[in-house]
Design a protein around this ligand. Structure first.
Ligand code: SF4
Length: 344
């Protein structure tokens, strides 16, 4: 017997095709898919849907599944309201997801795309876990829906900045983003979905070519190749020059500023020479730089103090682009950038 069809794994057009094979009309298929995704309906709940013929429901019940992920723990940082969820997957693997409050109006959900990560950035707890497996689209979608169902305000954005390198799980990440951005699915604006990469160049190029509506963020952390390679081994595979060429082409194709993330580390990448290397690397490419404090529970790397950071920001004026300090909250619950390691 073949494995049951998980409707939450399929963007709407593919789901409609699959349901057509069970004899569903387009209208019936749309209703079934929307209920399965938007309402997280279990297969048996689908029976309650109106205007679906019984013969179709029998087929759906016999061949489809609507699994959910299970919340193991949920902890909120009292300092800033960031909430971290630990979810258990059907095979016992676990992933973490962070709910980020934006003003008092809505949330953005930081999702995981893999269990663990193969890229082994030295400042990242996920990187120290090694790679376990890719997440299926529905396991990514479910993180957002489970958080949404638990939230007191709407979820308006999704960032793929949790566990894993999203571009190494490209097909499933794009499928999840398509499901989440569909009006009858997650109903999140495509521009509110950001996919973040440590710099997997061929997939950045594919993402650009495919012209998805989602945003891209690229983690740089140093514009000096030897220094970057020390903390981000991906530099040895896809060097900065190739990475920046792909970023430049992406910015040109989108007619927008490329988002570059720069993890600031005390005494390591905050000097004048670091700003100068950034200026040379970026050239006239339109970019915006997000400065993010390193969060390393081992204590090997620490963020710069206020004075060092201010000095670096002054140096960065030579780059001539907007520089923003991105708040990375949830430190007391190990929910900040770089801290996710399935500790609950
Ligand atoms: S920072 Fe991102 S790419 Fe690097 S090891 Fe951590 S999860 Fe992987």
């Amino acid at each position: 017997m073949s494995a049951p069809l998980v409707l939450k794994n399929l963007p709407e057009p593919k789901a409609l095709d699959a349901l057509a094979a069970f004899g569903a009309t387009e209208k019936e298929a749309r209703r079934i898919w929307a209920a399965s995704v938007k309402n997280r309906a279990q297969v048996e709940d689908l029976r309650g849907l109106e205007q679906i013929r019984r013969v179709v429901m029998d087929q759906v019940q016999a061949h489809c599944a609507a699994p959910r992920i299970e919340t193991v723990t949920r902890r909120t940082d009292p300092a800033d309201g960031f909430t971290k969820y630990l979810f258990r997957l059907h095979d016992g693997q676990r992933v973490e997801t962070v709910r980020i409050p934006i003003f008092d109006t809505h949330y953005v959900v930081c999702v995981s795309s893999q269990v663990g990560c193969a890229l082994a950035c030295d400042f990242c707890a996920t990187g120290r876990m090694g790679f376990k497996r890719n997440l299926e689209p529905w396991e990514i979608v479910e993180q957002v829906l489970a958080v949404r169902d638990d939230a007191d305000r709407p979820v308006r954005g999704v960032v793929f900045m949790g566990m894993g390198e999203p571009l190494l799980n490209y097909r499933n990440v794009i499928a999840a983003a398509q499901i989440l951005s569909h009006p009858a699915g997650g109903a999140i604006d495509g521009k509110g979905i950001t996919i973040s990469t440590a710099g997997w160049v061929p997939m950045i190029r594919r993402f650009t070519e495919e012209a998805h509506p989602f945003r891209l963020a690229v983690s740089l952390t140093s514009a000096i190749p030897e220094k970057r390679a020390q903390v981000m081994p991906v530099e040895n595979r896809w060097p900065l020059a190739d990475l920046m060429a792909a970023v430049r082409d992406h910015a040109a194709a989108r007619k927008t500023r490329a988002m570059l993330a720069y993890v600031v580390i005390k005494g390591f990448n905050t000097g004048y020479e670091d700003a100068l290397a950034l200026k040379e690397l970026i050239g006239d490419t339109p970019v915006k730089i997000d400065l993010i404090d390193v969060n390393d529970a081992t204590g090997k790397y620490v963020p710069p103090d206020a004075e060092e950071l201010e000095r670096f920001r002054d140096h960065l004026q030579i780059v001539g682009c907007p520089v923003v300090r991105r708040y990375s909250g949830g430190k007391s619950i190990e929910g900040a950038c770089g801290m996710l390691a399935n500790v609950g």
